[in-house]
Design a protein around this ligand. Structure first.
Ligand code: COA
Length: 131
């Protein structure tokens, strides 16, 4: 997971193997994996947050992220989760198209939310899907 994440992200920063071990061990986290891709949500009462979704650059545009997201949403819904939130860098067009196609809508815009390299800042979109 850490290797795939590092191949996918510079901003937000890649997460370490230790961080992934902790997330996978948490009873609040739901993890779905496919060859060269994975996605993780964390539950908080009736809500869940999509913490990350990543598909290695060599395996993109094969429907893997759509399948991961769809499996996560179906499991959360059958577990009684009512809504799912996520944050995404506001110019991450592929991810935003993916999320909108899965039924997420834009909830708010956070200016200068992410810290980038050399002191740069990027905005975040907060999106939500009611299950
Ligand atoms: C975003 C990401 C997870 C998509 O993974 P993927 O497996 O390639 O996505 P899918 O093949 O399941 O695509 C599903 C739909 O999303 C949209 N989409 C995916 N990539 C796209 C792109 N580069 N440009 C435009 N739309 C895109 C399309 O609507 C696509 O359906 P289509 O192929 O039938 O047109 C992948 O690009 C990635 O890992 N990016 C880096 C990490 C990241 O940004 N994660 C999300 C932010 S937390």
């Amino acid at each position: 997971m850490a290797e795939i994440h590092a191949a996918c992200f510079t901003q937000p920063r890649p997460w370490s193997a230790t961080e992934f071990r902790e997330l996978c061990a948490s009873p609040l986290c739901l993890v779905k994996t496919l060859d060269l891709g994975f996605a993780i949500t964390r539950r908080a009462g009736p809500e869940a947050e999509l913490l990350t979704i990543a598909v290695h650059p060599d395996a993109r545009r094969q429907g893997k992220a759509r399948a991961l997201l769809s499996e996560l949403l179906a499991t959360l819904q059958s577990d009684g989760c009512e809504e799912v939130f996520l944050e995404v860098v506001a110019d991450n067009h592929p991810a935003i198209v993916l999320y909108k196609a899965a039924g997420f809508t834009e909830l708010s815009y956070r200016k200068d939310y992410y810290n980038g390299v050399n002191g740069s800042k990027s905005a975040a979109l907060v999106m939500r899907k009611i299950l």
